[in-house]
Design a protein around this ligand. Structure first.
Ligand SMILES: O=P(O)(O)OC[C@@]1(O)O[C@H](CO)[C@@H](O)[C@@H]1O
Length: 392
């Protein structure tokens, strides 16, 4: 691994910064949204109110000793951070902790009637059922007659820009989606990705999914296309084992998305039936590893997950949060080489991400200078720029 100097870990302790606004504004908005969209009983509403007070002004209070994942969270740093302000621990950690505590408040893990009920399901379903999704699926028919290579490129870009549709992000950046009408890639290594996905392919693609709905649908379309055209032999789709970051995809969301596709007309329906068959015969496998909801960077991944990625021809890592975990949630100088910070990854890795937080690596000096000249630092968090970075 090239010798990469380290950089300061991002905390949320500075008012006026993006991480601080996530803890001080976005998390309270998410609690209010959850409280309003499902008819939770008095106990759950009290717990949500207590969480609101704790996450904005209180300290980290460990999970109850009988929580199923108490031991896991201890190894992930819970004891070390107990008693400290949410703002004073790594931002990556406190955000992840927020979602775990939210699930506790709504009895997601508690035996009883609310066990396994996704608090974010109403917003995920609304997005999947929206006319915008219909339009995107209908547009596939125009693509169907094009040369295969052109289709593959279009689907890769669909998967990349699908990351702009992020329900949690919309709570605090209304309008970002519309503002980004012109795709603006700040780094594009896609020419190094295609040889890893070249026909006749027998290799495995690992795709580490991010959001459900309008991101997961194009991710699945890309996988369906690569399988159907023999560019890969098999795909492994990593999803979250439980609801996370509002819109992150779980197995239930994959099932919803595949059913949505199979019910569609034309090319979308064909892709849907291909995915259904691939799930049934094992060419498309799902993983929901606990580490996918961990508050730690991928550099600290456990051995079984490492082995999964090591066996892939390439691992494609989707979205902003996965990028933060891939390169480390640090204030890297933007020109820090991507290959250096991902040198630990056990095989070729590609990041497909729209930029929604401060972390960035691998920019050419001229690109950084042009972005700063045009936008100050807004390009880092506005969701209007994207990147494709590859380390072979
Ligand atoms: O991973 P995703 O869905 O692309 O984005 C997740 C996100 O919306 O949440 C975090 C702030 O809460 C940021 O990392 C990012 O803006």
């Amino acid at each position: 691994m090239p010798d990469t100097p380290t950089a300061p870990v991002i905390l949320a302790d500075e008012p006026g910064t993006f991480p601080h606004s996530v803890l001080a504004e976005r998390h309270p908005a998410i609690i209010r949204q959850v409280r309003d969209t499902l008819p939770y009983g008095p106990g759950q509403r009290r717990a949500l109110d207590a969480l609101l007070a704790e996450c904005t002004g209180g300290v980290i209070d460990p999970l109850p000793a009988d929580a199923h994942d108490h031991e896991r969270w201890r190894t992930w740093g819970m004891d070390a951070y107990a008693g400290r302000s949410w703002y004073d621990v790594p931002w990556l950690w406190s955000e992840s902790w927020f979602y775990r505590r939210l699930l506790h408040a709504v009895d997601y893990f508690a035996p009883g009637p609310w066990q396994g009920i996704d608090p974010f399901r109403p917003s995920k379903r609304a997005e999947l059922d929206s006319p915008a999704t219909d339009e995107e699926l209908a547009a596939l028919d125009d693509l169907a007659g094009r040369p295969e290579e052109e289709q593959a490129r279009a689907l890769l870009h669909g998967s990349l820009w699908g990351n702009r549709a992020d329900l949690g992000f919309r709570l605090s950046a209304e309008g970002a989606e519309e503002a980004a009408a012109v795709p603006a890639l700040v780094a594009d290594d896609s020419e190094r990705l295609w040889p890893l996905l070249g026909a006749p392919g027998t290799g495995t693609l690992c795709l580490v999914a991010d959001n459900a709905g309008r991101e997961l649908v194009p991710d699945l379309l890309l996988v369906a296309h690569l399988l159907a055209h023999g560019r890969i032999g098999r795909a492994v789709l990593h999803v979250k084992p439980h609801p996370y970051y509002v819109s992150d995809a779980t197995t239930a969301d994959v099932v919803d998305a595949v059913r949505r596709l199979t019910a569609a007309e034309g090319a979308a329906g064909e892709y849907g039936r291909g995915l259904w068959a691939a799930l049934r015969d094992g060419r498309l496998a799902l993983r929901a590893h606990p580490f996918s909801c961990s508050p730690l960077p991928y550099a600290e991944m456990p051995d079984d997950l490492r082995a999964d990625f090591a066996a892939a021809a390439v691992t494609v890592v989707k979205g902003d949060l996965n990028y933060r975990r891939l390169v480390g949630d640090r204030y890297w100088p933007p020109t820090t080489p991507f290959a250096g910070v991902t040198g630990y990854f056990p095989g070729p890795v590609a990041a497909l991400r729209t930029l929604k937080s401060d972390v960035i690596t691998g920019l050419a000096p001229a690109t950084e200078a042009a972005l700063v000249a045009a936008e100050g630092q807004r390009w880092r968090t506005g969701g209007t720029h994207a990147l494709i970075q590859v380390r072979t």
